[in-house]
Design a binder for this molecule. Structure first.
Ligand SMILES: *Cc1c(COP(=O)(O)O)cnc(C)c1O
Length: 446
């Protein structure tokens, strides 16, 4: 039962707040939990209920909440300075983090440009690619290509190269025109890149798994084919690893799985362990050099944010990388990933209400059978899961399972069992026939 504290807090929320990606008219009629604390992979609400954080606080928590190493690093930085600018000054925490990122980044990415959100990281990548070409005399390269069903953030530049139709259409008149490449079709994508070769500044992709577009797993060879087409066309490849970076798909960065290195890499979400708003755009030395010149040449990269390179965020990020090493996190993710697949096969794949399971590592989408939008089937599933102590967030009728890398074997089992139960209850309510459908074609193995 919701206690007096949470009811009062919700009333105050309903009076003054406007939530992201939320139909407020529905929101104010729902009793969403009021989260007051976190511990490991659990969140605790104002009524003292504990929930498993099944989507890692929107895909960003990595090593769990209140990890002692990250907490200590932030406290330590707080004891020195919380924020100072990167415009005209520098600081040791930003320097160390940049060294650490360059050391683990794929290929020869050697320069780190900080910002504070994933959308900013992709905006920066686009502007960097464009200005970089202009300053190399490649003045025809004014356009971008992007993948169908991709997502790069909600600012206007990021939406212009986003492939989710509802966002694109809503803001259509405000967007710049970009070239859409077909999802999963390597030949078709390569042909379009070649066709627009000399006008392309860059191709921007979410490597391996396209998150917000519906947890779409790209076929093997697709990313590699795009890399090769970019090379042939003289266009940069931008990999947006805001969602896939930091171990989410099993490797530190997803592009490693195709042995691909981008010219520009966007990082966000998990970079600070899910603690603080921090993002980074990494570039090769060759791109960086295009911006060098006398002050009067105006080759400066004209972009920056007030909180660029925030010391607290950088401290959290360094500690996050430390924990990867100290706790051999990628080894643990490999085991969890196998367990995840087995659990999904056992409990979810045979459910009558499930259309398809798509997964790579600890990044998974369970697509329900199609229902009318008014049914809000995905939402109903997350309400049922919440009533059973698991917090999820759907993408329409796709139930997203995106636990922190720190999730224990027992918690992962709970996550999958509760999800299965919630789907079963909702399917029955919506009148999905109980007989399981044949498995063939319902899963993309990972
Ligand atoms: C979440 C996300 C972004 C945007 O990050 P914000 O921090 O929400 O602005 C960009 N690209 C991808 C692939 C994402 O998943």
């Amino acid at each position: 039962m919701p206690g007096p504290d949470s009811s009062a807090l919700r009333a105050r929320d309903h009076a003054v707040l406007w939530h992201p990606f939320t139909q407020q008219q529905a929101w104010v009629s729902e009793d969403a939990p009021v989260i007051v604390a976190g511990e490991g992979c659990e969140l605790i609400d104002a009524d003292g209920r504990r929930f498993l954080d099944g989507t890692s606080s929107l895909w960003c928590n990595v090593h769990g909440h209140r990890h002692p190493t990250i907490d200590a690093a932030i406290t330590d930085q707080l004891g020195r300075v919380a924020h100072t600018t990167m415009l005209g000054l520098t600081h040791p925490t930003a320097i160390e983090l940049a060294e650490r990122l360059v050391a683990i980044a794929p290929g020869d990415l050697s320069r780190v440009f900080y910002s504070d959100t994933g959308a900013a990281a992709t905006e920066i990548a686009l502007k960097m690619a464009f200005q970089g070409h202009m300053q190399a005399g490649e003045t025809t390269r004014t356009r971008f290509a992007y993948l169908e069903s991709s997502y790069h953030g909600d600012t206007l530049g990021a939406v212009s190269v986003g492939g989710i139709d509802i966002f694109h259409e809503r803001f259509g008149p405000l967007l710049f025109d970009a070239i859409k490449l077909p999802f999963g079709d390597a030949e078709g994508a390569a042909a379009l890149i070649a066709q627009h070769g000399s006008e392309l500044a860059a191709v921007i992709v979410e490597p391996i798994v396209q998150g917000a577009g519906g947890l779409l797993v790209q076929p093997d060879g697709y990313l590699r084919a795009i890399r090769e087409a970019c090379d042939a066309a003289g266009a940069f490849l931008i990999c947006d690893e805001v969602a896939t970076g930091f171990g989410r798909t099993g490797t530190m960065f997803a592009c490693e799985q195709e042995d691909v290195a981008p010219d520009i890499l966007c990082l966000g979400k998990g970079i600070s362990g899910g603690y603080l708003p921090l993002a980074a755009t990494l570039a090769t030395e060759a791109i960086y050099e295009r911006f060098l010149g006398g002050v009067e040449e105006l080759k400066t990269f004209f972009h920056g944010h007030t909180y660029t390179g925030n010391p607290l965020g950088c401290a959290a990020a360094i500690a996050t990388l430390d924990v990867f090493e100290e706790e051999q996190v990628l080894e643990r993710v490999a085991q969890r990933s196998i367990q995840f697949g087995t659990l999904l096969d056992e409990h979810v794949a045979s459910l009558a209400g499930v259309q398809e399971i798509r997964r790579r590592g600890l990044m998974c989408g369970v697509e329900l059978l199609p229902h009318a939008a008014t049914e809000r089937a995905g939402h109903q599933v997350i309400v049922e899961a919440r009533n059973r102590g698991v917090l999820l967030r759907p993408l329409g009728d796709i139930v997203v399972l995106m636990p922190a890398l720190a999730i224990s074997a027992e918690q992962l089992e709970r996550l999958v069992r509760v999800t299965a139960e919630a789907i079963a209850v909702v399917s029955e309510r919506l009148g999905v026939p109980a007989a399981p459908r044949p498995l063939a074609g319902r899963r993309i193995p990972s």
